[in-house]
Design a protein. Structure first.
Length: 196
């Protein structure tokens, strides 16, 4: 069980957001509330070669997407910690994050997953999850189940999942690839938050 979140911490702010927006927030929406992206920069005029200009524009776009993706990963971890602490509950079928199909199509699902896992292991991403050693094949199998249709988490991981399955599922959630359904604060969570 996680300790009661300190007021002003990201964990407390996430709990307040869930209380204010019951059943409305997924990881991406929570990330947008907690860490809003800076306004888009105006596209600069073309200077130098067209290829250099395009590369500059693409670099800014990629940097913005990296910030957004990191926010989603952080929000997913916060929501997982709140749920483990019994401060929020989750209902509804898990689903694949909107950014995953495009990334998987570009690089192949196995390579895309491996790249995310390597980024976590190397510390390139902040707040790396506690568990990075995971069976990538099992992760892809779980993703396949989620993609097939509206199943409960229990349907995806099984009635009594092994530690390996639990680790694979936790990593998929922490990476923000799998989003779990609606979230609502429990009575304990509402007591912790008070009036936010």
């Amino acid at each position: 069980m996680t300790r009661t979140p300190k007021p002003g911490s990201d964990l407390h702010r996430a709990l307040c957001a869930v209380v204010r927006h019951p059943d409305d927030l997924d990881s991406a929406e929570l990330a947008a509330i907690l860490w809003p992206l800076p306004p888009r920069e105006q596209t600069p005029p073309i200077r130098g070669s067209l290829a250099q200009w395009r590369a500059g524009v693409q670099a800014r776009t990629d940097a913005r997407e990296a910030l957004r993706a990191e926010g989603v990963r952080r929000a997913t971890r916060l929501l997982g910690r709140l749920q483990e602490a019994g401060l929020i509950e989750s209902r509804g079928a898990p689903r694949i994050a909107p950014w995953w199909p495009e990334r998987a199509a570009k690089r192949g699902a196995a390579d895309a997953l491996r790249g995310l896992l390597l980024a976590e292991e190397s510390g390139m991403l902040d707040e790396a999850p506690a568990v990075v050693e995971v069976d990538a094949g099992l992760c892809l199998e779980l993703l396949g189940k989620v993609e097939k249709g509206p199943l409960s988490v229990r349907d995806v991981v099984g009635e009594a999942p092994s530690g390996t399955v639990k680790r694979a599922w936790a990593v998929l959630r922490e990476l923000g690839i799998v989003l779990v359904g609606e979230r609502r604060a429990t009575e304990a969570g509402r007591k912790v938050v008070g009036a936010c």
